[in-house]
Design a protein around this ligand. Structure first.
Ligand code: ATP
Ligand code: MG
Length: 153
């Protein structure tokens, strides 16, 4: 009953390509499969959220890329775009409920500012983390999930 994270990412990528044709999407070459115990619907929701943000908060045509990688103890999904980026002072706050960097612009795009707060709590419920990579520019979200049996808390 483990889920293949690579397959889940490919499904999210296919759905993105079908609905967000204005943004070319690349899935970087990586492991053939990464099996782990997770709630596929919830993790898919997180992936969709990050991909949707990369589309709606960047100009049309902005490329988006996704990469899956593994370490001995965790699996990582990086969702990167070449949009305007998120200013340093907003980088932690974008995970707060209802927080949007540019209120007027974000309202035009119909966002409520809940996406990342919900995504982070879904990831934490899996024992993982969701964060921005501050060493990468302009915008790279990093989803990390633990490998192996989930720890009891
Ligand atoms: P929704 O609840 O529909 O997701 P939202 O997209 O505005 O609304 P979040 O997904 O939580 O809310 O994102 C919060 C804010 O972070 C966005 O309003 C936007 O200002 C900023 N943001 C998120 N992703 C990106 C990105 N890839 N590039 C630039 N800014 C981003
Ligand atoms: Mg969003």
């Amino acid at each position: 009953e483990d889920t293949d994270l690579v397959e889940l990412v490919e499904q999210a990528a296919d759905a993105f390509r079908a609905t967000r044709a204005g943004h070319p999407l690349t899935v970087a070459p990586g492991p053939e499969s990464v099996r782990l115990r997770l709630d596929p619907q919830r993790v898919r929701q997180v992936l969709d959220n990050l991909l949707t943000n990369a589309a709606v908060h960047t100009p049309a045509g902005t490329p988006v890329s996704v990469a899956v990688s593994v370490t001995p103890h965790s699996a990582q999904v990086r969702v990167a775009d070449k949009g305007p980026g998120i200013p340093p002072g907003d980088r932690e706050r974008v995970f707060d409920r209802f927080y949007r960097v540019d209120k007027a612009r974000s309202r035009d795009r119909g966002g409520s500012g809940l996406g990342l707060a919900v995504a982070r709590s879904l990831v934490r419920a899996h024992g993982g983390t969701l964060a921005l990579d501050d060493t990468a520019a302009p915008t790279v979200f990093v989803l990390t999930l633990p490998l192996g049996p989930p720890r009891n808390s």
